[in-house]
Design a protein around this ligand. Structure first.
Ligand SMILES: [Zn+2]
Length: 410
């Protein structure tokens, strides 16, 4: 993967113009736009020309010099038109061809380079059926989490039905995201009222929405309405808890409004503010409804992509050193994942046996809250027949007074 990723990036980069963020195919749009502008200009010229000819024929004013000039002008217009068309045609063909070629190359790259490595040859333990069911669930969650706002249907029941018919997502998953998707969609369309209604009184979300509304009103140019909104619609808690935000966000807006000043890049600022509100809202919505904020599917795939290089390395070591997997649920090598991916799979090493706890050997907590694995507990208590001293503190414990430990992510 350490070789594959940069190579893939290199191929992808070729889809973009040199040193630009714009994909190559965008150039076609730009060129077409330019060509259209040219056409409009030439059309205006021709219209003018027609008018002149009509005017001169109606007055019977046949000035030879004038008509020669007009003829020359018309020829110039035609010449320009031909030239513009040739340029546009050339650039369209060139860019389309280039993009298509590059797509084919990436396809080939993905089909060959990526498939040279067969994961099934390395990881020989088959996934249990319940894992597949979990993956299906993660896919359903992912689609519901990100797609509700982009569906061709509206309305709660219609959305749930659509997700079920098209993607086979069951109602127990999709219904959780319907309201969230609808509110996000409303916001993207410039209507924040549903989100305002949803937001808690005194929350940061409520305040940011209030600021967003003010900016939107300001953009529409209604000074009086903006002023009213800024001074009268203030959430009661705004001035109490959010003085800093009022000073940095609201006051400047109010001042600029009163002075009749324009705000630089207002549109861009509104977009930023909107994104901020959407992200705040989705975070609050997910935590309130006990939904994961990040898509599990995305995190799984990301972890997989990052671990891939370790699999490749392991394969070559395995071939020469004749080592193999020892446990089914454990990788025989360490995978270093970024911080935000590491806290999903809490592991616990039993301090007595120095072994990781598993489903068969789960962790148990003693009355003193020290934790051991089931195997050590059985050993120390002689299968629950006697009391024993905690290996870490002087407290006495018996098997009856222990409890199974479940690690949860907080
Ligand atoms: Zn203890």
């Amino acid at each position: 993967m350490s070789i594959l990723l940069p190579a893939l990036k290199l191929e992808l980069d070729k889809l973009y113009e040199d040193g630009s963020q714009e994909p190559l195919i965008h150039k076609c749009k730009e060129d077409t736009h330019e060509f259209k502008t040219q056409l409009k200009k030439l059309k205006a010229h021709l219209n003018k020309h027609i008018h002149e000819v009509e005017a001169s024929t109606s007055t019977n004013n046949t000035n030879v010099e004038e008509s020669k000039k007009r003829l020359r002008r018309r020829e110039l217009v035609v010449e320009k038109l031909n030239k513009a068309h040739r340029q546009w045609d050339h650039s369209m063909k060139k860019n389309c061809k280039h993009t298509a070629q590059q797509h084919t190359r990436i396809n080939k790259f993905l089909n060959h380079k990526m498939h040279e490595f067969d994961l099934d040859l390395v990881y020989v333990n088959k996934l249990p059926p319940e894992s597949r069911a979990n993956i299906d669930r993660a896919i359903s969650f992912h689609i519901s989490r990100y797609n509700v706002g982009n569906l061709p249907v509206n309305g709660r029941q219609e959305i749930i039905q659509y997700l079920n018919q098209v993607y086979g997502i069951t109602e127990d998953i999709s219904e959780k995201f319907v309201q969230m998707g609808q509110i996000v969609q409303d916001m993207k369309q410039g209507d924040t009222s549903s989100c305002v209604k949803w937001s808690r009184d005194g929350s940061l979300l409520q305040f940011e929405l209030y600021a967003l509304n003010a900016m939107q009103l300001f953009q529409h140019g209604d000074v009086l309405q903006t002023y009213e909104h800024l001074t009268e619609n203030v959430p009661a808690s705004a001035f109490k808890y959010r003085q800093l935000q009022v000073i940095t966000q609201v006051s400047p807006l109010l001042t600029q409004l009163l002075l009749g000043q324009k705000i630089d890049d207002l549109e861009e600022k509104i977009q930023l503010q909107l994104n901020k509100c959407i992200s705040l809202f989705t975070k609050e919505y997910c935590s309130q409804n006990k939904l994961p904020y990040d898509s599990a599917l995305f995190l799984i795939i990301l972890s997989g992509v990052i671990s891939f290089q370790f699999f490749i390395k392991y394969q070559s070591i395995r071939a020469s050193a004749h080592v193999d997997w020892t446990t089914e649920d454990e990788l025989p090598f360490d995978v270093t994942l970024p911080e935000f991916l590491t806290h999903f799979h809490p592991i616990f090493i039993c301090p007595v046996l120095k072994e990781e706890t598993t489903l068969e050997n789960p962790p148990y907590s003693l009355p003193c809250h020290h934790i051991l694995s089931k195997k050590s507990l059985d050993r120390l208590s002689k299968n629950g027949t006697c009391t024993f001293k905690c290996p870490y503190c002087p407290v006495n414990a018996s098997k009856a007074k222990t409890g199974r430990v479940n690690f949860v992510m907080l």
